[in-house]
Design a protein around this ligand. Structure first.
Ligand code: AP5
Length: 229
């Protein structure tokens, strides 16, 4: 049953994907962005790109990211403002990894109000912690095209070494090392989980998505929620 139509008659969809590290927000966000033809803005990707290019933002963010800590809210509001002011975001957007604190959620509401836009829904990806650790320890990212895969799951016997999309070299994300993962999960519980209650008490629709299962199964459930066809 379709219980929510984020892409309504207007054809617009303003969506936030919320959930712990490794829950599959990036994987599903890419699929959704392509299918619904709306841009996905992943703050983690934006920051990693800035780190790679050695920009002032990247230099500022790197030490927080390497430690699995959150980049300060004031910095992240600048990142979000720039993304959402892009012309492409006028016809809808999928936000992955933002907001991550109540301060950021308040800032996002103000940003949208300035643009006379609203958030249609927040989708919360529910995954047990042991599954998150399993996914993060097997995650690889293509250095060339940015595709995400998992060495535990992809390929006939697992253990893929090259990108299934472009054949490029796969890398482990710096913050997927076990000690950093532990801290990211703690930071998530302390700073981001409280957002669930914040959104529950707001006027924005909050949908809990069972994000355990194959990528295809989770995608089906997600489409059922957001109604993009
Ligand atoms: P960010 O890049 O946003 O990391 P994250 O939120 O921790 O999320 P991940 O990218 O780790 O996981 P995901 O849910 O996207 O899962 P994925 O699809 O990759 O942030 C990184 C850092 O940047 C933060 O720690 C912070 O320092 C900083 N930052 C970013 N935004 C910020 C903000 N707003 N405020 C402050 N700081 C900020 O999947 C994971 C793995 O699982 C992959 O291998 C994938 O192939 C696999 N997988 C996916 N789905 C399934 C499935 N259904 N079954 C099995 N495996 C699956």
């Amino acid at each position: 049953m379709r219980i929510f139509a984020a892409v309504g008659d207007s054809g617009l969809m303003n969506l936030v994907l919320l959930g712990p590290p490794g829950a599959g927000k990036g994987t599903q966000g890419d699929l959704l962005s392509e299918r619904c033809k709306v841009p996905k803005y992943a703050t983690g990707d934006i920051l990693r790109d800035a780190v790679r290019r050695g920009t002032p933002l990247g230099r500022e963010a790197k030490r927080f990211m390497d430690a699995g800590e959150l980049v300060p809210d004031a910095v992240m509001m600048g990142v979000a403002r720039e993304a959402l002011h892009a012309a492409a975001a006028r016809n809808g957007f999928v936000l992955d990894g933002f907001p991550r604190t109540v301060t950021q959620a308040e800032g996002l509401a103000e940003l949208l109000q300035e643009r006379q836009a609203v958030l249609d829904a927040v989708v919360y990806f529910a995954v047990p912690e042991e599954e998150l650790v399993r996914r993060l320890s097997g995650r690889r990212v293509c250095r060339d095209c940015g595709a995400i895969c998992n060495i535990a799951a992809d390929g006939p016997e697992g253990g893929v070494e090259t990108c299934g999309t472009c054949g490029g070299r796969l890398e482990i994300r710096d913050d997927d090392r076990p000690e950093t993962v532990r801290n990211r999960l703690r930071v998530y519980r302390e700073n981001t989980e409280p957002l669930l209650n914040w959104y529950r008490e707001s006027s924005v629709a909050l949908h809990q998505l069972d994000a355990v299962g194959t990528v295809e199964e989770v995608y089906e459930r997600l489409l059922d929620r957001v109604g993009c066809s």
